[in-house]
Design a protein around this ligand. Structure first.
Ligand SMILES: [Zn+2]
Length: 125
């Protein structure tokens, strides 16, 4: 891969990292003990009025669940971004973790944090 292309990808990854972290901060606080792990803040029960207590709890639980989903996705994305940045440093970026072949530049431009080539990605699901 050309240095210029790699630099662009690295910049893109760094920008994505900042925005993913900002998103995570929006509804989760970073766990100080477990580095890199995020805890979703459980919504307060003493908030909105109206509806029975149980109903309210169910709503809040649902909200908590969907937050967990998003948090999980963001966490995985952040992990992949960090991995990709690490690989760039080591000069091992753009190689499929499964088959060891080069991942196409087209794919990397779209998802720079990709760890598998398109072919392996298909089988991984
Ligand atoms: Zn592969």
């Amino acid at each position: 891969m050309k240095k210029g292309v790699l630099k662009k990808i690295e910049d893109k990854l760094k920008k994505e990292k900042v925005s993913v972290e900002a998103l995570l901060k929006g509804f989760a606080k970073k766990d100080k003990e477990l580095k890199g792990d995020w805890n979703t803040i459980y919504p307060s029960f003493n908030g909105v009025s109206g509806g029975g207590v149980l109903e309210r709890e169910a709503d809040e639980f649902q909200e908590y669940e969907s937050k967990l989903d998003v948090e999980h996705i963001l966490e995985l994305k952040l992990r992949d971004i960090n991995l990709a940045l690490e690989k760039i440093k080591k000069g091992k970026y753009g190689v499929c973790e499964n088959c060891g072949k080069k991942i196409s530049q087209k794919r990397l431009k779209i998802s720079p944090e990709a760890r598998l080539c398109l072919k392996c990605r298909k089988y991984a699901r």
